[in-house]
Design a protein. Structure first.
Length: 343
């Protein structure tokens, strides 16, 4: 499942998804978990506020770099809540979920509406070579076709992308901020005025507080550590789910069930992995049932896996470290033709 040309070619029709959905509903796994999210959000907000209290208490000191690491973790954890809200996992009401999503997006400096637009397209067409925006990234080539189209510096990057992958993730936080600001120029952006206010308040408050409390050099290092580690965390959380899995070429077709299962990879692990990855380690189940509350994904996993076994559908799952190995092997193989050509 890691070669450069892992392209799906099977066309299957049927009502398998309806059958699986019935089993999931019977198990009550689509019911909302209000208590879980109330506790989760409350703990996050209190920890986030406590971090800033500690920031002011410590003052101008290099010890603040430990808080930079803490805030990187908190930004990721709050981003996961925004992700859940975007999928309507928290409330039944779209308005209530959006309220939580915009709020959390504002706290971390991301455009919730812009992310929703891109992420919805990803879920509709995971790993589709034409339609999935998550595999159309200038810095990384996910297919040999993409690699061959690269020119100049980006061609060099494609040749060496396996070695550059983790260093590039250090820039992901900055990339997310830039993309969010650029989204504000779109006149069709949903709730554009709200997003403009939230992002302006976020960046103004963040930069003012950091440079007010810390000396210029310490402030710059704090921001770099915080933003780079947050980007690395986010990239390491989202990449295992699909990178290095089969892609779907233009003109190829699969039913919904197989399109989601065959292009997704789960990460094996216990409750600690669930917490660290925001339950994105259950990528198969999440893609099949995006509105399923996060804590129910673990319970859905054995049902989905057993169902796939009965239907002879390949279900991919591996350990946390091994999944990064698959990602790097795939990226290295995609760049192999360029290295052989010496171009």
């Amino acid at each position: 499942m890691t070669s450069a040309e892992n392209t799906l070619t099977t066309r299957v029709r049927g009502n398998d998804y309806g059958e699986l959905s019935h089993l999931i509903r019977q198990a009550g796994l689509l019911r909302r978990r209000y208590g879980y999210y109330f506790v989760k959000i409350t703990i996050n907000v209190l920890a986030f506020a406590g971090g800033w209290v500690a920031f002011f208490t410590i003052g101008d000191s290099w010890w603040q770099l430990f808080l930079a690491v803490f805030f990187a973790v908190m930004f990721a954890q709050m981003s996961f809540i925004g992700h859940d809200a975007g999928h309507k996992q928290i409330f039944r009401s779209g308005r209530a979920n959006d309220l939580v999503g915009f709020w959390h997006g504002g706290m971390v400096g991301l455009s919730y509406a812009s992310w929703m637009d891109q992420h919805t397209r990803h879920h509709a067409s995971p790993n589709h070579e034409d339609d999935d925006p998550d595999i159309h990234i200038p810095a990384i080539a996910f297919t040999t076709g993409q690699a061959e189209e690269r020119r100049g510096f980006f061609r060099w990057m494609a040749k060496n992308q396996a070695f550059l992958f983790f260093p590039l993730l250090l820039l992901e936080g900055f990339s997310l901020h830039v993309a969010s600001v650029k989204a504000l120029w779109r006149k069709d952006l949903r709730s554009r005025g709200v997003e403009l206010l939230l992002l302006t308040v976020h960046f103004a408050a963040y930069l003012t507080v950091v440079f007010l409390v810390l000396s210029p050099l310490t402030a710059v290092v704090f921001i770099l550590v915080h933003q780079c580690l947050w980007g690395l965390y986010m990239g390491c959380s989202f990449a295992p789910g699909h990178k290095g899995m089969p892609t779907i070429a233009s003109g190829q077709s699969l039913d919904f069930l197989r399109r989601q299962v065959l292009t997704s990879r789960n990460v094996r692990g216990g409750m600690w992995v669930d917490f660290t990855l925001g339950a994105l380690n259950y990528q198969v189940e999440h893609h099949l049932f995006p509105a399923m509350p996060r804590p129910n994904l673990r319970r859905a996993q054995p049902i989905v896996r057993a169902f796939c076994a009965r239907k002879n559908i390949e279900y991919t799952q591996c350990g946390w470290l091994r999944t990064y190995g698959y990602v790097l092997e795939h990226l290295h193989s995609v760049g192999a033709p360029l290295r052989r050509a010496g171009g």
